[in-house]
Design a protein around this ligand. Structure first.
Ligand code: KG4
Ligand code: ZN
Length: 342
């Protein structure tokens, strides 16, 4: 079965083709980052318009890359939420049109499930059950993955997501949007012990996160500093965030006795986070898995993969009653059917 995956929930247009035997056969991505950087954040209306411009071209390019024709496509998967409604609409309408023209089943995929399952695009994959630390621009969650489609959210953020805290802090230091990766790069030049920033909620005994207090503390420090101090601030901030993530993840792994941990979402591209989790988990006999950096941030391959798994389970349809979702909690999914509309 050859599945076309389409991602358009935010500022990346992603398209990929996933085949039952050959696995990932094409992967095309166009990032709108430069477009939005001018405004210091994603402008939803501009995002939608740019998805319209790029999506058909990327599908053509993906088919050419794989040496396939439109008629070879057996099913179409698109991101149905969570995300920006206007941006999601572009992918959904394109997918509906193609499904109708080809008479091939259509399926809406949950963007967070796609991030969480992206690790299956790699050669080495964890066995179920596993723990996932899902950290992106919009989410910071610890999720127990019991089986494909069976997700239990154990802890969430009370305020800012990790990626959001990285981006906002980076912005205060004058780094262009989205500053997360650039802040991480700057941190390599700094001393992570220069500032003693708080490790939020590490003694709370639960699996919840909160980053707004830390962000405020760092913002005050930046205000009283000069540019020469920025690398040290970046390094100390990054260390505080990662220490917190590691403490909570260790607690989750211990409480739920899992043998594998997956890091997923855009912040999973962070090198220090990967290193530190591996260092702490190894002595516990727990293996750490993560997608290659390209598949940590938004992409079509993760959508094609989840689409393939679900379309193989006959969950696609030719009824075009798509209801896009700005919010769509993972806990409402199941391995058998798509979640009820919210
Ligand atoms: O998953 P993603 O592409 O989009 C969402 O679904 O939110 O994640 C993007 C987030 C941004 O906040 C970005 O700054 C952050 O991931 N990010 C990083 C790194 N690379 C991307 N944060 C810290 N360190 C990185 N190396
Ligand atoms: Zn994402």
């Amino acid at each position: 079965m050859l599945v076309l995956g389409i991602e358009s929930s935010c500022d990346e247009t992603g398209v990929a083709l996933y085949d039952s035997e050959q696995k990932l056969v094409a992967h095309q991505i166009y990032s709108q980052i430069e477009l939005h950087a001018l405004y210091g954040g994603v402008v939803p209306e501009l995002a939608s318009r740019d998805h319209i411009r790029k999506l058909p071209l990327l599908v053509d390019a993906a088919l050419e890359e794989a040496g396939k024709e439109y008629s070879d496509i057996d099913g179409i998967a698109f991101t149905e939420g969570p995300g920006l409604i206007g941006a999601l609409m572009v992918g959904a309408l394109y997918a509906e049109g193609l499904s109708y023209a080809l008479k091939k089943p259509l399926l809406g995929v949950n963007h967070m499930e796609a991030h969480l399952q992206a690790v299956h695009l790699e050669d080495e994959v964890p066995e179920y059950p596993f723990m996932t630390l899902l950290v992106s621009g919009g989410h910071s969650q610890l999720v127990l993955v019991k089986a494909f489609g069976e997700y239990e959210i154990l802890g969430d953020t009370l305020d800012d997501a990790v990626g959001e805290a990285f981006d906002k802090t980076a912005k205060l230091m004058g780094l262009p949007y989205p500053g997360g990766a650039k802040l991480a790069k700057m941190a390599e030049e700094g001393d992570d012990k220069a500032y003693d920033f708080p490790r939020p909620m590490i003694h709370s005994g639960d699996l919840k996160f909160s980053f707004s207090g830390l962000k405020t503390k760092v913002a005050m420090t930046i205000k009283d500093s000069t540019e020469a101090d920025y690398p040290n601030i970046a390094a100390s901030f990054q260390r505080a965030v990662i220490d917190t993530l590691v403490v909570k993840t260790k607690r989750a792994v211990t409480e739920y006795h899992v043998k594998s941990i997956v890091i997923a979402g855009g912040v999973a591209a962070n090198k220090l986070l990967r290193q530190e989790l591996a260092r702490v988990m190894e002595p516990m006999g727990v293996r750490v898995f993560y997608p290659r950096p390209l598949f940590c941030t938004d992409n079509g391959a993760m959508v094609a993969y989840v689409g393939h798994e679900r379309l193989m389970r006959n969950q696609g349809s030719l009824n075009y009653d798509v209801k896009l979702k700005a919010r769509w909690p993972l806990s409402t999914l199941s391995s058998k059917q798509e979640s009820e509309q919210e």
